[in-house]
Design a protein around this ligand. Structure first.
Ligand SMILES: Nc1ncnc2c1ncn2[C@@H]1O[C@H](COP(=O)(O)OP(=O)(O)O)[C@@H](O)[C@H]1O
Ligand SMILES: O=C(O)[C@@H](O)C(=O)COP(=O)(O)O
Length: 414
């Protein structure tokens, strides 16, 4: 095993897993550290998916260190800490505290910080994170229910979360190539800095950064920068990949807890043509049997039902004002997880789940502990086959996927 990945949410984990698969690696994704290491036999890279993005920093640190120990025990020669391409984090962390702890455990002097993922329109320029042509802080991420991002300056964000100093390797240096990037990193270490935010606006930048990171024990970032890593281990993308999809038949359903602009657009696309049910947070809070209602709704149709809680920022803010941010989120996540259980029990074994936290709740609820990564539906979103249940899952990062993603997902897996 060459590369060990620790991902702070389940959608982010499948995103980096499929990125490495596309580059020719054999990848297994586990949900938390498994008791039996046999499940990862033969993998070039192992992704440990955690649900650690918004939990207490001390818990995120201890879970990440446990994953790191386990991966190193399996022989991982490099550890990658995968966080969101929009740097999703709370004011307390958890990107800084986890990166600090992993760096200490691995004894590193320098780690890159690079959330760029140009194919999904996230780029870093002069240390500032852009979503399309907007700064992160002016993008819809400013209204995320759990991790509203109100700053775009990655050096400032990382400095606030980390105990260490942070520098910048700006685009002109990145464009000079791997040697210049490595030299700049060494210069930052000499200044006493532990991290380098690295600019990247296109795939060539990501590959150059990947090359420059060849000898680093720890790399941190979005899945884009992982593209360049397999080549360091002598692994290259197959000339022409053939699509491979889960071997799962059975009914289908879509569950959405993501309130991102992309997910809301994807819901709007099918609202008039699919059976759709919106979950009412007030009724969940009042103890109504919303799960039974949703399952009855799904049972009444032969088509693909879409069940969602996704709401616009004003509605989310109103729910959070009433119930608290964490409680509102947890109520919705628990409800969707129970619905997922009921749907699978009723034979709907091909599920699209929109939202990282939501996906974590669903997989934990289903008791799924390991996934085989299949081909991509859209950049960063593969179909996955559960290794411990006859279930196919597409875990869609909130902001990923084309407007017709839900339709597309079941076109490739009819
Ligand atoms: N109507 C709503 N009101 C309040 N919170 C909500 C509502 N709908 C969903 N949520 C919560 O918002 C959070 C969305 O996060 P997540 O699933 O990670 O989506 P994304 O991938 O877009 O970040 C979840 O905790 C979810 O339970
Ligand atoms: O890097 C990304 O953008 C994704 O892989 C990711 O982490 C998305 O998280 P959610 O938007 O919470 O699904």
């Amino acid at each position: 095993m060459m590369l060990g990945i620790i991902a702070d949410d389940y959608t982010g984990a499948t995103d980096i897993a499929v990125t490495l698969v596309n580059e020719g690696m054999r990848v297994v994704q586990v949900l938390g550290v498994p008791e039996d290491a046999g499940v990862v036999a033969g993998a070039d890279a192992v992704v440990v998916a955690l649900k650690s993005r918004t939990i207490a920093p001390a818990d995120a640190v201890s879970q990440s260190l446990a994953a790191c120990d386990w991966l190193r025990g399996l022989g991982a020669r490099q550890i990658f800490f995968k966080y969101c391409s929009t740097f999703d984090s709370t004011a307390q962390g958890n990107i800084g505290p986890v990166a600090d702890a992993l760096g200490d455990a691995l004894g590193v002097g320098m780690a890159f910080v690079c959330p760029a993922f140009p194919v999904n329109k996230r780029s870093v320029y002069m240390g500032h994170l852009f979503v399309g042509d907007r700064l992160l802080s002016e993008s819809p991420m400013k209204d995320h229910p759990l991790t509203p991002m109100r700053d775009s300056d990655l050096v400032r964000l990382m400095s606030a979360q980390s105990a260490h100093d942070v520098g910048l390797i700006a685009l002109p240096v990145v464009m000079e190539g791997p040697q210049a990037i490595a030299d700049a990193a060494r210069a930052l270490v000499a200044e006493g800095r532990r991290y380098a935010v690295v600019d990247a606006v296109c795939e060539a930048d990501l590959r150059a950064i990947g090359r420059a990171a060849a000898d680093m024990a720890l790399v941190t970032g979005g899945s884009g920068v992982a593209k360049g890593l397999p080549a360091n281990f002598g692994i290259h993308a197959p000339a022409e990949g053939t699509a491979h999809w889960p071997d799962v038949t059975g009914g289908a359903a879509v569950l959405a807890g993501s309130c991102s602009a992309a997910t809301r657009g994807q819901i709007a696309r099918v609202r008039d043509s699919w059976p759709v049910l919106k979950l009412d947070v007030d009724r969940i809070a009042a103890g109504a049997d919303v799960v039974a209602e949703a399952l009855a709704f799904a049972a009444a149709t032969d088509a693909i039902p879409l069940i969602y809680a996704s709401s616009d920022p004003d509605e989310v803010a109103a729910m959070q004002a009433k119930y608290g941010r964490d409680r509102a989120g947890a109520m919705v996540e628990d409800t969707i997880a129970e619905i997922a259980n009921g749907l699978v029990a009723a034979g709907r074994t091909r599920l699209v789940v929109a939202g990282g936290e939501t996906s974590g709740a669903v997989l934990n609820g289903l008791g799924v502990r390991a996934l085989r990564i299949c081909s991509e539906i859209d950049p960063g979103v593969p179909w996955c086959q559960a290794l411990d249940a006859p279930v196919a899952l597409a875990l869609k990062s909130g902001n990923f996927g084309s407007p017709d993603f839900f339709v597309k997902a079941f076109e490739v897996l009819p």
